[in-house]
Ligand binder design. Structure first.
Ligand code: 6PG
Length: 237
């Protein structure tokens, strides 16, 4: 774990403006450097004001942008729990491509859904230009949760980019099986950002950073593998 930079904000609105601006900068730089931009973005509630601000950004060539959910739930794309559906709602009409992690054909088998997502991601150009992560108060990130698939998600083959996950215990918010980017896929990105709000999440993330590779928290294990600088955006409310 190299260097961590914290960016602190009094409100979620202030953080959203800054994060949207920084994501826009990564996108424009990537398009300038190699003709397109490939980003993995989180689900959950924290990102909504960020996506609203990002969707208003001027000068982004959205048809050159590919978006991947950092994880998704095993639900149909039209389900309110679908992260693919969330990203498509904000950015598809602008011309961005949203790559699904979950196809309806695999809704009944999360491990099959993970294998198929991995195959779909292998068809993209890697590394990604940006992985933006959220974090739950329990220390999960993307959909890397404790359970039977945890080690496969944090310590599997470096070539594995996506994997199916059955959280155990199931999270109250979105108590469904999922597909997630693996720690290896996250760590391979050119840029990694984490966006969190509130004192509780800050305390959990600081604890995970201190524990490093011995952390029992998913975020701790994910970050321990990284050798690029990480920007953490934190808002007090
Ligand atoms: C998801 C996200 C997940 C999210 C955290 C935090 O699918 O839910 O990818 O990792 O970032 O659960 O969610 P909130 O921002 O809603 O607290």
């Amino acid at each position: 774990m190299d260097e961590i930079e914290w960016w602190e904000f009094d409100t979620a609105a202030e953080m959203a403006e800054q994060v949207a601006g920084d994501i826009g900068f990564v996108v424009e730089s990537a398009i300038e450097a190699h003709g397109n931009a490939r980003l993995a973005l989180p689900g959950g509630n924290t990102p909504d004001p960020i996506y609203k601000a990002l969707a208003k950004s001027k000068g982004i060539a959205w048809p050159k942008v590919t978006l991947i959910p950092s994880d998704d739930r095993l639900v149909p794309a039209g389900d309110p729990l679908s992260n693919q559906g969330k990203l498509a709602g904000y950015f598809a009409a602008k011309g961005a491509t949203v790559v699904p992690l979950v196809e309806e054909s695999a809704l009944g088998d999360y491990r099959k859904a993970g294998r198929e997502a991995d195959a779909r991601l292998a068809e993209l150009q890697w590394p990604l230009d940006l992985v933006c992560l959220g974090m739950g108060a329990d220390g999960h990130t993307a959909s890397i949760f404790p359970g039977p698939d945890f080690e496969g998600a944090v310590a599997g083959p470096k070539s594995r980019r996506a994997i199916g996950v059955r959280p155990d215990p199931m999270p109250e918010a979105a108590a469904v099986e999922r597909v997630t980017l693996t720690a290896a896929a996250i760590a391979s990105a050119r840029t990694v950002m984490i966006v969190i709000s509130g004192a509780e999440k800050r305390q959990v993330l600081e604890q995970a950073l201190k524990e490093g590779p011995l952390s029992k928290l998913p975020i701790g294990r994910v970050l321990a593998d990284m050798d690029i600088p990480i920007d953490i955006y934190w808002s007090a409310s």
